[in-house]
Design a protein around this ligand. Structure first.
Ligand SMILES: C[S@@+](CC[C@H](N)C(=O)[O-])C[C@H]1O[C@@H](n2cnc3c(N)ncnc32)[C@H](O)[C@@H]1O
Length: 257
């Protein structure tokens, strides 16, 4: 997490890491989420989801049980099904009721029967231990503070089967990149104005600026995943504008890399 922690209150004083706050935020964003995230990121979110799924192995994926944490409207499923066409099921877990509704409404025809929806807090999910062959999460980490990331890492370690693999990606703050001032200007100043103009005064999507500044990058998440017993590899995407963590749960007799 960033050492120069930003604020953790929104403009009305709400705790931006309270799961109820986050659920409300995404409920409000849900109807515009797909288009807004694609357009405001200039298509990068599409590429980063693809790159995240590319970190999962294709070998032996027949019948694989996949858990998509913070699944939202299911934007990662087309990538998953393209890379892993013989996967068994996708469990889509998300705390926002409306994000699930949006996902169901435009469900993904031929593969709808492969998807199970769970409306729950990922920090408290009672998905069974050693349940998943693969865990994926795209852009679902930044709304967790350090303490919550520690809990999430333990959940991922618990849910994964021994030998299971995971890949997570999140928008990040590209510290040290020469163009970072422009990136920050865009996130912190321009996006809020554009959103307010086009979405009638709303400032929900603009919270991404605060969340990414606080999140910084995925290195803290990587640390807590390691502490939870997983093998972890970190990667920067496009000069650190996104960062991923991928890896595996060792078999009990294996030592960690
Ligand atoms: C930025 S969206 C990402 C959605 C999707 N994975 C994608 O690639 O577009 C973040 C999602 O995380 C969900 N979320 C945030 N906190 C959560 C929690 N504690 N438990 C489950 N879902 C959560 C939100 O409801 C939202 O749908």
């Amino acid at each position: 997490m960033s050492k120069d922690r930003g604020r953790d209150r929104d403009r009305d004083g709400g705790d931006i890491y309270d799961p109820a706050f986050v659920a409300g935020l995404f409920d409000r964003c849900s109807s515009n989420y797909r288009r807004w995230s694609a357009v405001s990121s200039f298509g990068f979110v599409w590429l980063w989801r693809k790159q995240c799924v590319g970190l999962l192995p294709v070998e032996n994926h027949q019948g694989a049980v996949v858990v998509d944490l913070m699944a939202g409207t299911g934007e990662v499923w087309p990538h998953l099904l393209k890379r892993l066409p013989k996967l068994g099921t996708i469990t889509a877990l998300d705390i926002s009721h409306r994000m699930h509704t949006e996902a169901v409404e435009r469900l993904h025809g031929a593969y709808a029967e492969k998807i199970t929806h769970i409306e729950a807090d990922a920090l408290q999910t009672d998905l069974p231990q050693n349940h998943a062959d693969l865990v994926v999460s795209t852009f679902g980490l930044k709304t967790f503070n350090a303490e919550q990331q520690t809990v999430l890492a333990k959940q991922i370690a618990r849910i994964l089967k021994p030998g299971g693999r995971f890949a997570l990606i999140e928008a990040s703050d590209p510290k040290g990149w020469v163009l970072r001032p422009f990136y920050r200007l865009y996130l912190d100043r321009l996006l809020p104005k554009i959103e307010s103009l086009f979405l009638k005064g709303a400032n929900d999507f603009s919270m991404i600026g605060t969340y990414t500044r606080n999140y910084s990058n995925s290195s803290y998440m990587a640390d807590v995943l390691r502490t939870a017993g997983l093998g972890v590899v970190c990667k920067k995407h496009f000069f650190g504008c996104a960062t991923s963590v991928a890896g595996h749960k060792p078999h009990p007799h294996q030592s960690q890399p």
